[in-house]
Design a binder for this molecule. Structure first.
Ligand code: ZN
Length: 325
């Protein structure tokens, strides 16, 4: 079942991606053209009022820069981090925006912005972007993972973002190892505890501390990023290749779980380090070796084609569809 786009009367949507440091807003046409792109600091530490003002200003500027007027805008869509009740806007747990807990995001936005907002979990919104504008157009059951500071996940079934009672699937917290490393959620052995940004850089440092040689040791180890590791891996650095292959192996276990649970026809891997070829090859191998063969045979596994624009495009898609995620 592919749901129709609602009647937009030729109007435009604004897609907004709210992150811990930046709010990105773009006016996006119905057929997926990005007409403007605004990035403002999200002022996460300054409270909900300050952040909502930034969101409203970024949306206004995105409309203006696209050469549009307020009345051309049918709605804004927004992806936001954290756990919250999408239809009501009640916030439960929002890392980096801690003072948001228990507050209502729709009410706070209404005080600063004239537009109607459709809000979704950021990764569900990005998944919706891949579905609506990217590789998932023909997909009936699609899963997206984003690899960043944490491991996010979103699921689109029959064209609709999947939510439980209120939250979207948190597959970054699938436990893949008993007594594994401690995770930010409090459990041990979560996928995120093996494949999140800090886990990847810690794996690299451990190998160096064990006496292994690598050119990556010329960098400041306190500021090491997965992207650095990927750059050295591309130059053929054996230790960095190993770090990414191991990360890909663990990530592949998580992806295999997703294949077995959701029986998807498409899995999209997004986020910075998700673009690493070395990591992705290892991930693919493990996922297909581990998942139930009849399910994995029907599943394509790709790297995100929209990459860092999936969030704003998906948010615009939510606005066009009048959908929460
Ligand atoms: Zn966890």
């Amino acid at each position: 079942m592919i749901l129709p786009i609602r009647n937009t009367d030729g109007g435009y949507a604004v897609g907004i991606d709210l992150g811990g440091t930046t709010v990105t807003a773009s006016a996006v046409s119905h057929d997926g053209n990005i007409l403007s792109r605004i990035e403002y600091p999200s002022l996460a530490k300054e409270g909900m009022e300050a952040t909502c003002r930034q969101i409203a200003d970024a949306a206004d500027k995105a409309v203006k820069d696209a050469g549009l007027r307020k009345r051309d805008v049918i709605a804004c869509g927004m992806g936001t981090p954290g756990v919250f009740d999408a239809p009501t806007g009640e916030m439960y747990f929002v890392p980096n925006f801690r003072e948001w807990d228990g507050k209502n995001l729709y009410e706070a936005l209404a005080a600063h912005s004239p537009y109607k907002y459709y809000i979704g979990n950021d990764v569900n919104a990005a998944a919706f972007g891949e579905y609506f504008y990217g590789a998932g157009k023909e997909s009936r059951a699609m899963v997206m993972f984003t690899m960043g500071t944490g491991i996010g996940s979103g699921v689109i079934i029959d064209g609709k973002p999947l939510r439980g009672v209120f939250a979207s699937p948190e597959m970054g917290h699938i436990v893949i190892s008993e007594n594994g490393p401690k995770c930010v959620c409090g459990a041990r052995g979560c996928l995120e505890a093996f494949c999140g940004r800090d886990a990847i850089t810690a794996r690299c440092r451990e190998k160096l501390e064990a006496g292994r040689a690598s050119a990556v040791s010329e960098l400041d180890m306190d500021r090491l990023t997965p992207r650095d590791i990927d750059i050295y891996a591309e130059r053929g650095d054996e230790l960095c290749l190993e770090v990414l292959r191991e990360t890909g192996y663990y990530m592949g276990l998580g992806v295999a779980n997703a294949i077995n649970i959701f029986n998807p026809d498409l899995i999209v891997i997004g986020g910075g380090v998700g673009q690493s070829e070395t990591l992705f090859e290892a991930l693919k191998k493990t996922a297909f070796e581990t998942a139930i063969p009849s399910l994995s045979e029907k599943c394509s596994l790709i790297q995100s084609p929209l990459d860092n624009m999936a969030g704003v495009m998906g948010a615009a898609g939510l606005a066009y569809r009048g959908e929460y995620a």
